[in-house]
Design a protein. Structure first.
Length: 266
């Protein structure tokens, strides 16, 4: 019953230099959920902002420091999931750079982050955007010099993201996509830099595809519910009929989020 299009590029992604101010150091943690691995983004021309240091992997952290020439000014998190944040404390210990995030539990040695804040570094300026939904603490970052938006897990370079219920909320996620679309259109954004997978061109079209996908999936869940399926497992069997066993848990989380959204009148 799934019948929904694949979103994003199917080409393998290895990270690398995107612009003189944007470099991706790809973490060695590929999986069905992290795609090619976690994208750690270096922003600026030195010293650098590091966005999402990824797993606490010594080789990866060394690669980040090497790519930055040892000059890291701040460490920023798009959200607190371990594949994005686990290495933050170790990178802080290696560089002395403060860790900044929306969730106070992840802030270390500096101030937190809030929507509307501007974080400046040599060669670049980033505006903080609130994009809750995947989790309650999700942020995105607009790099004005490159008309680029770092989206964390709000928009992925391949496929669609999980609404990580109960912390994640589908109503919030749909509003965040609409807000992100509006911001991308107003700012004439040229690319999305996701937390996993390749860079995406034409941000407005990509986000429109995400919104269409979510609404189509909601229609499928609603139809399954109306046909008498009541448990998340029954709905997953009907809607995500080809889901592999190793990511069924993710389909269950998104399904619970969709049912909660429908039960709230969405």
């Amino acid at each position: 019953m799934s019948g929904l299009p694949v979103i994003g590029s199917s080409e393998p992604w290895a990270g690398g230099v995107v612009s003189p101010r944007l470099t991706c150091v790809l973490a060695p943690n590929p999986s069905p959920m992290t795609l090619d691995g976690t994208n750690t983004w270096l922003v600026g021309d030195g010293p650098y902002l590091v966005v999402d240091p990824g797993p606490d992997d010594a080789g990866h952290l060394d690669a980040i420091v090497a790519a930055a020439g040892g000059r890291v000014s701040q460490i920023l998190l798009t959200h607190g999931h371990r594949d994005h944040s686990e290495g933050a404390r170790s990178l802080h210990d290696m560089t002395g750079a403060p860790v900044r995030a929306l969730d106070p539990d992840h802030v270390l040695g500096g101030e937190g982050l809030a929507a509307g804040a501007v974080v400046a570094v040599s060669g670049a300026e980033m505006r903080v955007l609130a994009t809750p939904g995947h989790t309650s603490d999700c942020l995105s970052f607009h790099v004005t010099e490159d008309a680029a938006i770092l989206t964390g897990d709000t928009v992925l370079g391949r496929g669609t993201t999980v609404v990580a219920w109960p912390d994640g909320d589908l109503g919030d996620y749909l509003r965040s996509l609409q807000d992100l679309r509006g911001h991308a259109e107003r700012a004439a954004a040229a690319m999305l830099l996701p937390g996993h997978g390749p860079v995406l061109d034409d941000p407005v079209t990509v986000i429109d595809s995400y919104l269409a996908h979510r609404h189509a999936r909601l229609d499928q869940v609603r139809a399954a519910w109306d046909s008498g399926r009541r448990t998340p497992d029954q709905i997953v069997d009907a809607v995500y009929e080809d889901v592999p066993d190793n990511v069924r848990w993710a389909a269950l989380l998104s399904t619970r989020a969709q049912v909660a959204y429908l039960e709230s009148g969405g």
